[in-house]
Design a binder for this molecule. Structure first.
Ligand code: SF4
Length: 338
């Protein structure tokens, strides 16, 4: 693991954009362009309802060190997802619908409650289907005293237009870049995530994120205040694909730190895909690591192989999610990682 260094403290961000979400009525938040009217009860590919749906709000210690810090990242896990990753470790919430619908007041209450409990940031996990709801909640939460940075923790399968509505409201973008931009990457995206044109979509989204918030900035205690961190999960049998993802980042996102994740666990439907129905081998892990360092991606983080453990999959705590009009989160801390 390598640390961040030599970065200046953040300066204040511009005020929130007045740009209205373009997708509230006929959902175009992601490239699936379902155009459903969720306010009228229609659902698209992701099955997300009109209200935001949340499965847990808790202090989380297992993000990158600049996010978890000493007091934890104030993590809000959203239910439903616009991908269908067959190895998703959060499948109970991303595809199993476990969660509770919350209104804007509930979202604001969770954000302020996590800040009161000492969270270094508010970490929105899988937020894409709820961008308009999150935007409204962030505007209110900021007006009511939310002062910690907001982390947008995403699979990056979303439109640039949707992301533009968050400009000035999100300080830290934490996107995945899952698959490379070639025929093998496209085949992987379709086979493992049901996500055509994943690479084109995700890279356009990441470039927009970089445009909005610039390079990673840490405070004097090493806690992230703004910027972009790109995550990549190494998939068993696909280390060459990992190398091409890392090559693209090194060539196109100079100075953007990368978090190389080795925590792949054959979870959810992985047994239906024999070629990935196992953990990484030590040889694969070291091949990915060697490439990471060989192309100069020192400004980032790597994981130990021991991170691949189902013990890191959260034990979902719906009691931490307030019912509409209810109090803020009070649930115990849970282990987990996206
Ligand atoms: S967020 Fe959901 S409903 Fe909206 S376009 Fe994407 S998959 Fe369809």
């Amino acid at each position: 693991m390598t640390g961040q260094s030599g970065r200046e403290p953040t300066s204040g961000r511009e005020p929130a954009s007045d740009r209205k979400p373009a997708s509230e009525k006929h959902c175009r938040l992601c490239p699936r362009l379902c155009r459903v009217d969720r306010d009228a009860g229609e659902v698209g590919f992701c099955l997300a309802p009109a209200l935001a749906k949340v499965s847990q709000a808790s202090l989380h210690q297992w993000e990158e060190p600049c996010l978890s810090g000493t007091r934890g990242s104030g993590t809000i896990f959203f239910t439903e997802c616009n991908l269908r990753c067959v190895f998703c470790q959060n499948a109970e919430i991303s595809q199993g619908h476990l969660g509770r619908e919350v209104d804007r007041a509930g979202l604001v209450s969770m954000m302020l409650g996590l800040q009161e409990r000492g969270a270094h940031n508010i970490n929105l996990v899988s937020p894409t289907p709820y961008i308009p709801q999150i935007r409204a909640a962030l505007l209110e939460a900021r007006a009511r005293g939310l002062s910690v940075p907001v982390v947008y923790n995403t699979n990056a399968y979303e439109t640039v237009e949707a992301l533009q509505t968050l400009e000035g409201l999100v300080q830290i973008y934490l996107p995945d870049l899952k698959y490379p931009g070639d025929a093998e990457g496209e085949a992987m995206a379709r086979r493992y995530s049901k996500a055509p044109r994943y690479f084109e979509t995700a890279t356009a989204a990441i470039m927009e994120m970089v445009r909005q918030v610039g390079p990673l900035v840490l405070d004097d205690e090493g806690i992230a205040q703004s910027g972009v961190i790109v995550r990549h999960l190494v998939i068993p049998g696909h280390v060459e694909a990992t190398k091409r993802v890392l090559d693209w980042i090194a060539a196109n996102l100079p100075g953007v730190p990368v978090s190389l994740m080795s925590q792949f666990t054959p979870y959810h439907r992985a047994a239906e895909f024999p070629e990935i129905n196992r953990r990484l081998t030590r040889r694969e892990y070291h091949a990915a690591l060697d490439h990471f360092f060989a192309i100069g991606l020192e400004e980032g983080w790597t994981q130990e192989l021991s991170a691949a453990d189902e013990a890191f999959i959260p034990d979902w705590d719906l009691d931490s999610v307030p019912a509409a009009g209810g109090p803020g989160p009070s649930g115990s801390e849970k282990r987990g990682s996206k």
